[in-house]
Design a binder for this molecule. Structure first.
Ligand SMILES: C[S@@+](CC[C@H](N)C(=O)[O-])C[C@H]1O[C@@H](n2cnc3c(N)ncnc32)[C@H](O)[C@@H]1O
Length: 223
């Protein structure tokens, strides 16, 4: 061939016969395999470690584990100081709030949790703190437990579940119950008190006052 008609590929260019992919570079198939493997790893972490036991909980009501900080625990317990009666943490994680509640004299203190790893950890922590047998961690769906005999309820849950949780608490809790919420307040309730700033802030709600407020606004909207 005359020189002008020869293919103008440089040796080693992609597409040239014999071209080898530089080491470390992924092709389309490699990228697809990587995406599938990462997805599978993420799913396995979610299903086995983060959210086992949640099969029957609708996705919109699922809340992943995020432990409260020592300051959040102290603030929550400060808002329950001087109170008595059954105390529950809805979604008790590794049991830190329940253990502190017990140490503060709130009896009985118990946690509802669906993640079996966290339940094991909570029981281990209770045993280590010498409280085993005095506190309970139950593998129960917080949406299905009856709260009518609870006097102190702690909730460190996502903002997305606060509206359905507010409906459940209003329907079940006795008038003298107090609810302590961490990280995010209940959007439509006025707290009786609050402690801390930013992410450390916790809010206390007294059910009698909350009911009065909710009934008042329902009557106003009918007029
Ligand atoms: C944000 S973490 C708070 C953990 C703990 N209360 C704390 O403050 O350290 C929420 C916890 O609720 C649990 N949880 C979420 N949905 C639940 C459900 N339907 N029933 C029981 N536990 C649930 C999760 O497994 C997770 O441990």
């Amino acid at each position: 061939l005359p020189a002008a008609m020869e293919p103008c590929w440089e040796p080693g260019e992609p597409g040239e016969p014999g071209w080898a992919r530089p080491e470390g570079e992924l092709g389309g198939r490699g990228l697809l395999a990587l995406a599938v493997a990462s997805g599978a790893a993420a799913w396995a972490t979610w299903a086995v470690l983060l959210m086992p036991g949640f099969r029957r909980v609708p996705l919109r009501l699922q809340v992943p584990y995020q432990p409260s900080s020592p300051r959040q625990v102290a603030n929550a317990l400060a808002l329950l100081r001087g109170r008595a009666g059954k105390t529950v943490d809805l979604g008790s994680g590794d049991g830190r709030l329940v253990l502190e509640a017990h140490k503060q004299g709130l009896r009985p203190a118990l946690g509802y949790e669906l993640n079996p790893w966290l339940l094991c950890l909570a029981n281990y922590r209770a045993w280590k703190a010498g409280c085993h047998g005095n506190v309970s961690f139950l593998k129960k769906d917080l949406w299905k437990v009856d709260l009518s005999d609870c006097h102190n309820v702690i909730v460190f849950l996502a903002p997305s579940v606060k509206p359905p949780l507010a409906t459940k608490l209003l329907a079940e809790l006795p008038d003298d119950a107090r609810v302590v919420a961490g990280r995010f307040p209940f959007p439509c309730w006025t707290p009786s008190s609050s402690l801390g700033q930013g992410l450390e802030q916790v809010w206390a709600y007294d059910m009698k006052e909350v009911r009065r407020e909710v009934q008042g606004s329902a009557q106003e909207s009918q007029v």
